[in-house]
Design a protein around this ligand. Sequence first.
Ligand code: FES
Length: 130
Amino acid sequence: MPKITFVNASAMPGTVPQSAAEELEPLEVAVPAGTSILDAAEHCGAHVGSACGGNLACSTCHVWVLRGYDSLSEIEDAEDDIMDKAFDVREESRLGCQARLSGQDIVVEISPESLQAWLDEHPSERKKAG
Ligand code: FES
């Protein structure tokens, strides 16, 4: 089964590690091929937002795929359209609810907007985070 690694699985929005000393513990999980990044995140507890419930209507599941991008399912036009709503879109951007793993391992960074959306969806965790 391919593995997915979230480098900032439970980071606070906007706090991307700047150095090895600040490096967050990555969260890694093996999932069956065909699993979406969002489903993998929900399976292992990584903080990927999903305001529309994975229905391709919000862009809150925006992630950057740091390794293994080309192994993911193709981007459809509809994903591209919704991606226009996202902040800081990069060449390695994907929507977690649409991108599916093949047989290859991937490494993902969760965008600040997605981390924020996850916190908004989990108010009790937001309180703990201060
Ligand atoms: S969860 Fe809304 S577009 Fe992916």
